[in-house]
Design a protein around this ligand. Sequence first.
Ligand code: NAD
Length: 495
Amino acid sequence: MQRISHLIGGQSVESASGRTSPVFNPATGEQTAELGLASIEEVDACVANSTAAFDSWRDVSVARRTKILYNFRNLVDQNTNEIAAKLTAEHGKVLSDAAGEVSRGLENIEYACGVAELLKGSYNANASTGVDVYTVRQPLGVVAGITPFNFPAMVPLWTIPNAIATGNAYILKPSEKDPSAPMFLAELAHAAGVPDGVLNVLHGDKVAVDRLLEHPDVKALSFVGSTPIAKYVYETGTAHGKRVQALGGAKNHMLVLPDADLNLAADAAVSAAYGSAGERCMAISVVAAVGDIADPLIDAIASRMEKLTIGDGTDPISEMGPLITEEHRDRVASYIDIGASEGARVVVDGRSQSFEGNGYFLGTSLLDNVTPEMQVYRDEIFGPVLCVVRCDSYVEARNLISDNQWGNGAAIFTRDGGAARDFQENADAGMVGINVPIPVPVGYHSFGGWKDSLFGDTTMYGPEGIRFFTKAKVLTSRWPDPATSSVDLGFPTTS
Ligand code: NAD
């Protein structure tokens, strides 16, 4: 059995805690590795190693850091297939989707390659007579990232490039469910020239997260995961004086207006609801069908669902793979009965599809006549179950989003520019798509939702990422002639 260890100070460090977590291949149900979970002492040793690395990394020139980031970018690009294979083996998503995840992660390294431009600061010569004022941004120190199972490569890459480009030392605590891709990314970073200790990978569960949250030498935490844990991480981390950004769950709505192109909308709904088995924080989980487009839209979605090929992600014909664990697959499947008992119409029941072997597969499901009071609407199901809510008007559909607990992504499908413009202005979500079902921003914008989809003041990556991982220092300087010096107890004013 493969044993996965921490990566601290450039060395593989075996956990001595005696606590482990199994890693499975979700397509076969076989255990493929065992992960050692960090003890409090191991977290402390890792933070000490990162602290020492930070002391020298912060002084490495921007030119040198940029070269290392370019190397890292090229190594990740060249190793896309190998990273994708690791993602498929432990997460289950199909290889093409896994390669897409890597390419979206690459955008963030490319953005950080421009760190010289991003850290330029600002300068006012002669702000007062003979006085210059300028602002520089400095690294925070040791920072940590805690990431979810569903994007084991892309989500770590949302923060690692900006954090290390700006001179911080970074500790990654990846999901215990699929740790091999993030480990490989860290190895590539070292091969690219990231010095030992600047990027450490610590495996663990709540014990490790709690210690990182309270450790005095960890200055900031980036978290991505489910809403209850995001809230806990935000509240605990900030109570310990840390800067925290904590991204949570979602229930993303796709509004389809009666004038929308039916085929375009149906293709988009199926792609965005069932891609990666619905295990995307930006997946569409609710279609709000306005007026008389509902019946033809449901038919068009159902007919596309019949043609989807579900199977092992390594098989090139598979379009959707298994879910992450057996328990999660069973939990997702249970929502079909919950929906039916609440009065939803089960148009397609994913449980009716049978699969060979012990993989955690589930067919795609479609529920109609869902209403906002139902549990299938209120809960984040995080699987291949799409709910359709029928609405009489655009405003009723838009208000669904406003009344929802989450505000990650929202999309509208229409040919009406006025409705689209209203949606742009008034949709109560952080990332909005107009005829785009999964509006994940490019690496030079920033990613983050509203309401219970994000706790904290800054979103992730892009310009906000640079801001999150740096603190501003404003300098005021003058070089007066000492001969003109005198004591002056007045408050300094400009002249
Ligand atoms: P999760 O909350 O179970 O785990 C996320 C991380 O927190 C993992 O590293 C895990 O080890 C750690 N963790 C788990 N329980 C903990 C506890 N009690 N105390 C401290 N740490 C704990 O999430 P997941 O199941 O890995 O990922 C799926 C969730 O992530 C979904 O809710 C999804 O919407 C969300 N997600 C959100 C975004 C976003 O950008 N908003 C992106 C990806 C995933």
